[in-house]
Design a protein around this ligand. Structure first.
Ligand SMILES: NC(=O)c1ccc[n+]([C@@H]2O[C@H](COP(=O)([O-])OP(=O)(O)OC[C@H]3O[C@@H](n4cnc5c(N)ncnc54)[C@H](O)[C@@H]3O)[C@@H](O)[C@H]2O)c1
Length: 331
């Protein structure tokens, strides 16, 4: 098979390329990425020489380029997006351009060639659950996005489904909870926390820190995408989450401090993010029942591995960390 991966230089995209080439060594991958501040080719250093892998620097809004790449592939796995909620508050327009118009540009080309299209989306399209709630998001949950990021992802999900219903494009969607693991930009919560500590700085916690997320390791996510690509029902969406160990940002910080043998006095509380969603929790019953998927990666074990990874790979994050600190300073 020949796959077009969009946003393959980002966190989940680069993990997915590693995963796919390991499991499907005969397949060809084209990685289309415009290398925004969030795209890091260094994440693909160890696969870049392989003749099964091609990198194309380009924008998913470039319809001519997208058309020419689409004509060459069997499947698209669409990761490319603006992804940082904080940036969607300071600069929302780029989120619509990339996440909505960019997705539609890809869909137009997929319509022309009848290409199988898998869209990577987020549980944030469903809004927030109450802190004390025992509910979980599932594929029947009403869309109720709260940030410009989640609103743009919600719009893209609707476009993807509309291209299936109206034009018969063979699509699937996964709405996934918060991922963590190697190669995640230091602007995001877990890597920012770890690298702050590695640099001798304190951890920064928004508000009271009681923001609960359903963490899942990126490898579990890659396995879910693989299953949906190979066996998922065309026209379906699947919600994907972690091992039901949803923990607050404050608890995650304390776990990281404990693993790194540092005191809790290293936590600083800062002004809350506007419109901050209290709690996300995701049901993975449908993907389990239909495709047999379940999360396998234990949170604490993988968190320790992630800390070890950042400790051992300072070369990968040191420069980007300066940029993400600049962003937070100007906020
Ligand atoms: N990270 C998470 O926890 C999470 C959870 C659920 C869903 N998602 C979704 O998964 C996907 C990947 O997320 P991530 O965390 O890996 O993102 P990321 O920010 O790490 O990477 C995004 C990539 O997209 C590229 N890109 C951005 N705009 C582009 C454009 N116009 N044309 C081509 N490439 C462009 C960037 O250069 C970067 O390489 C996104 O669609 C996101 O909404 C992420």
């Amino acid at each position: 098979m020949k796959l077009l991966i969009t946003g393959g230089a980002g966190f989940i995209g680069s993990n997915f390329i590693h995963y796919w080439l390991k499991k499907h060594a005969g397949d060809q991958i084209i990685n289309l990425d415009s290398l925004t501040y969030a795209g890091h080719l260094e994440s693909l250093k160890d696969v870049s020489h392989r003749h099964h892998y091609t990198f194309v620097k380009g924008d998913i809004n470039n319809s001519e380029l997208v058309d020419s790449l689409m004509s060459q592939v069997d499947i698209v796995v669409h990761f490319a997006a603006e992804t940082h909620v904080d940036r969607s508050i300071t600069d929302p327009m780029i989120f619509t351009r990339t996440n909505v118009i960019g997705t539609q540009t890809l869909l137009e080309a997929a319509k022309k060639y009848g290409t199988r299209f898998h869209h990577i989306s987020t549980d944030e399209v469903f809004g927030a659950l109450k802190l004390e709630s025992k509910n979980k998001f599932n594929t029947k949950t009403r869309y109720q996005p709260n940030s410009p990021y989640s609103a743009s992802k919600a719009a893209s999900d609707h476009l993807v489904m509309s291209y299936h219903t109206t034009f018969g494009v063979p699509v699937t969607i996964t709405n996934c909870s918060n991922n963590f693991g190697p190669y995640q930009d230091t602007e995001k919560f877990i890597p920012r926390t770890i690298t702050n500590l590695l640099e001798g700085k304190n951890i920064l916690i928004y508000g009271d820190g009681k923001y609960v997320r359903d963490w899942m390791h990126v490898e579990d996510h890659c396995r879910a995408i693989e299953l949906v690509l190979l066996k998922g029902k065309v026209g379906a969406s699947y919600t994907v989450g972690g091992m039901n160990k949803d923990v607050s940002n404050l608890e995650v910080s304390k776990k990281i401090l404990k693993i790194m043998k540092l005191p809790e006095s290293r936590i600083d509380y800062i002004k809350d993010r506007p419109g901050h969603d209290r709690r996300y929790a995701v049901s993975w019953k449908k993907i389990n029942k239909e495709l047999g998927w379940e999360p396998k990666e234990k949170f604490s074990k993988r968190l320790k591995q992630t800390i070890d990874w950042y400790r051992a790979n300072e070369w990968w994050w040191k420069d980007m960390k300066v940029k993400s600190e600049d962003f937070y300073k100007t906020k």
